[in-house]
Design a protein around this ligand. Structure first.
Ligand SMILES: [Zn+2]
Ligand SMILES: [Zn+2]
Length: 391
């Protein structure tokens, strides 16, 4: 493995940073200590630092040479609302909050690269180091875009990375095209007419109507989506009634849909609404429907993915980079940055086997051994794209 020696030399320092962040997990838009730490580090490396995008976001700008090419490298900083079960010294000090997705490691890998690149400056152009809040649940990446991220910090392309347990450390996985699904969220309210459970003929029973709706929605995936494409319609909440002998006034249903293809996404939204209104009409109930497109599909562009693959292969060898990994139905708000600029999102292995558990598990921990590899990936990717020879 070809870890950059100057990055290997700061492995211990990066591990200390990671443990410090892990001990103080902060969730969506409240990454105050974390963003202070990131901003202080970037300033100490000599970067120009901008704060306040999406409330707690931090952008560090590093320039070298005279070229006007620019790239963005992005890490997420937020933790989860999850009680950590680990008992090691660097476990979370905050009840009910935990870095259970490894964003502490993502932050540190990018900081390590910033330190190295600020010292070596072996590139020509501008690197924007983007540290974003609130990746989990509320799509802080989208807020950074609407707050003007790429107007204030123009880039030609943008890159992201996530750790992934379940494959051997020293490996990467990526693919051109869709890598992760869009995640939309919906809420339907079905208003009937309540009454006595023994006199259903005097009511419009919203529970019976809602059951029909849930069943019919499932047929969107089986009957309306091209069988060679993928989608999910999940009703995760079904609320109505609170006692056995009363037919309630209304039922609310909420859940999530996933897809990769914008046409499929449009069709799902349209058909869900049509089915809901049609069934409610048939039974004389009224319907309200809210549908939010919270996470776009994460779609890697071809040329930028080639750069990412070449960088990863240079570090770990051709065989250790899965260049056609299977897409997943999970979602990622880096997608909003990829909608604005071409780029690539890559998975770095967090390790497999004993002691390894999946992200969002209360026993998960980011693997400190991969910090220098992740930082080297960022550094070499920047040096490759902003090569001094090509300018
Ligand atoms: Zn997560
Ligand atoms: Zn994550």
């Amino acid at each position: 493995m070809k870890i950059l020696p100057d990055i290997q030399a700061i492995h211990k320092e990066m591990t200390e940073w990671r443990h410090r962040i892990h001990m103080h997990p902060e969730t969506a838009f409240e990454e105050f200590q974390t963003s202070d730490f990131v901003a202080e580090k970037l300033e100490s490396f000599g970067l120009e630092v901008h704060r306040g995008l999406a409330k707690t976001g931090v952008v560090g700008t590093l320039k070298s040479g005279t070229g006007n090419r620019a790239i963005g490298l992005r890490a997420d900083m937020d933790a989860l609302d999850l009680q950590e079960l680990n008992e090691f010294d660097h476990r979370s000090q905050i009840d009910g909050k935990m870095h259970g997705c490894g964003h502490d490691g993502h932050t540190v890998m990018l900081l390590g690269a910033a330190k190295y690149l600020a010292e070596s400056k072996n590139f020509d152009g501008t690197i924007q180091f983007i540290f974003q809040p609130a990746e989990e649940n509320v799509a802080g990446g989208r807020v950074m875009i609407s707050d003007g991220l790429f107007d204030l910090f123009p880039v030609d392309s943008v890159y992201g990375m996530h750790n992934m347990p379940g494959f051997e450390e020293g490996q990467f996985a990526v693919r051109k095209g869709p890598l992760m699904a869009s995640a939309d969220f919906f809420e339907a309210t079905i208003v009937g007419s309540g009454g006595h459970g023994a006199f259903p003929h005097q009511t419009i029973d919203p529970i019976v109507v809602a059951c029909e709706v849930v069943g019919a929605w499932q047929k969107i995936v089986s009957r309306n989506v091209d069988p060679l494409k993928s989608a999910v319609v999940t009703v995760g909440e079904f609320h109505g009634g609170n006692t056995g002998n009363v037919i309630p006034e209304q039922v609310t249903l909420s859940g999530t849909t996933r897809s990769f293809d914008p046409d499929v996404q449009d069709m799902i939204e349209k058909n869900m609404k049509q089915i809901l209104n049609g069934i409610c009409d048939a039974y004389g109930a009224k319907a309200e429907f809210k549908y939010e497109r919270r996470y776009a599909a994460t779609v890697n562009s071809p040329d930028e993915t080639d750069e990412a693959i070449a960088t990863a292969q240079e570090l770990v060898g051709v065989a250790a980079v899965d260049t056609d990994t299977v897409p997943v139905m999970g979602a990622e708000d880096f997608s909003w940055m990829l909608k604005e600029r071409p780029g690539c999102y890559i998975m770095i292995a967090n390790g497999a086997g004993e002691g390894s558990c999946h992200i969002h598990n209360p026993n998960y921990d980011f693997n400190d051994r991969i910090l220098p590899l992740g930082a080297s990936y960022w550094a070499r990717l920047a040096e490759r794209i902003l090569s001094t020879e090509a300018s």
